[in-house]
Design a protein around this ligand. Structure first.
Ligand SMILES: *Cc1c(COP(=O)(O)O)cnc(C)c1O
Length: 376
């Protein structure tokens, strides 16, 4: 059986976890391993401030709190995304305004965003689907023009770039996930990138139960107290130790995933040329991180048949995202702006192939052969 996903594991994780427990004797948040991860993310991605969180969802929640939303404020996001992109803002009482995706990247269609902006719009949330960048120049220009904040859901996009800039560092805030299904993992975890320095202090406070404890630790105040909204969003240093092992090998993991991605892309090119499937599109100026490899087939029916065919041959392929606007909560908390030209029809056609760090040649050949045999 070829699994759809196997969590990344490089081999040094447990040594570092042991060091956190027995050596550092520091297992709560913001210990030495968290500091290493923060410094690595900030250095590698040229980010102003990175803070580990308990999940990508938690990072989005901190960003939503930082946006200071009031009930009735509107947030623009794609409908083709994971529920967390929506829940973080819905929790703040925001009205969700879904915008159609581009069929080529499955990212929010930047040309359809302006029509969704109203007096009440406060935030745009681009989701970099499959680690491929949204058209950030166009979105940032709209945000500038209308005075909006931008929260990048870069959960899938760690190590991806747009015109040379790391995804997650372009908007007001960026949110990473280190869930076990993502490229780099600590089981459950994430990070928020605060790109506008004026929000740094407040981000620390919100992350630490609404207290100014960080300023106290730095000796800037002589006692700490409750000063703002907040939650318990610090990640344990044991998890940070686990992640650190993988960040040290970030390039190796990235190259390995890209090799599998390129193999799929080349091997399936003839099917694409024959008009049987569509392959992912990477726009000019975007470097992706091989978070995901998907193909598009004719329709829902063919997708079901393909997934069954692959399963019979021991290959686990999956699809995802019932578009949020047609989910029960999406119907209650949001509306789709304009026409759903691509979101539903394109999501119905999408199939994700197995892709994980360390996938063997043999396994990726099996996947390709199983797909080719379906279309014969
Ligand atoms: C994984 C993911 C999240 C949530 O991350 P968690 O770490 O699982 O909370 C949010 N948005 C997108 C697009 C994701 O893929």
């Amino acid at each position: 059986m070829i699994d759809f996903n196997i969590p990344p594991y490089v081999g040094t994780e447990l040594d570092y976890v042991r060091q956190a427990v027995e050596g550092n004797r520091k297992i709560c948040g913001d210990g030495p391993f968290s500091a290493k991860c923060h410094e690595w993310i900030e250095g590698r991605f040229n980010a102003t401030k990175a803070l580990l969180t308990t999940s990508g969802t938690a990072a989005l929640e901190i960003a939503a709190i930082l946006c200071d939303l009031k009930p009735g404020d509107e947030v623009i996001l794609p409908s083709f995304t994971f529920s967390s992109t929506a829940t973080a803002f819905q929790m703040m009482g925001a009205e969700l305004v879904f915008v159609d995706v581009r069929p080529d990247t499955m990212n929010i269609d930047e040309r359809k965003v302006e029509a969704a902006i109203t007096e009440k719009t406060r935030v745009i949330v681009p989701v970099h689907y499959a680690g491929v960048a949204c058209e950030m120049d166009a979105l940032m220009q709209l945000a500038d023009c209308y005075g909006l904040l931008v929260v990048e859901d870069a959960a899938q996009a760690v190590m991806s770039t747009y015109k040379g800039r790391a995804l997650g560092t372009i908007g007001t805030f960026g949110c990473y996930s280190f869930h076990e299904t993502k490229n780099y993992s600590m089981g459950e975890g994430g990070a928020i990138l605060v790109n506008d320095p004026s929000y740094c202090d407040r981000a620390e406070i919100i992350r630490e139960k609404g207290t100014n404890r960080q300023r106290f630790f730095r000796g800037q105040i002589d006692k700490y107290t409750w000063v703002d909204r907040g939650g318990s969003y610090l990640q344990s240093d044991m998890n940070a130790a686990y992640l650190w092992a993988q960040l040290e090998k970030a390039d190796e993991i990235n190259q390995d995933r890209l090799a599998t991605w390129d193999f799929y892309n080349e091997s399936l090119e003839p099917l694409c040329e024959a008009g049987r499937i569509e392959l992912p599109f990477i726009p000019e100026g975007c470097k992706h991180n091989a978070h995901m490899f998907y193909i598009k087939v004719a329709d829902l029916e063919e997708r079901g048949a393909l997934i069954s065919h692959l399963k019979e041959r021991g290959v686990m392929a999956v699809f995802h995202y019932i578009p949020l606007h047609s989910s029960p909560a999406g119907e209650a908390f949001g509306r789709f702006n304009g026409r759903d030209e691509f979101t539903t029809v394109e999501s119905d056609r999408l199939v994700r192939l197995p892709l994980y760090y360390g996938m063997s040649d043999e396994d990726r050949c099996t996947v390709v052969e199983a797909i080719l045999s379906f279309f014969e």
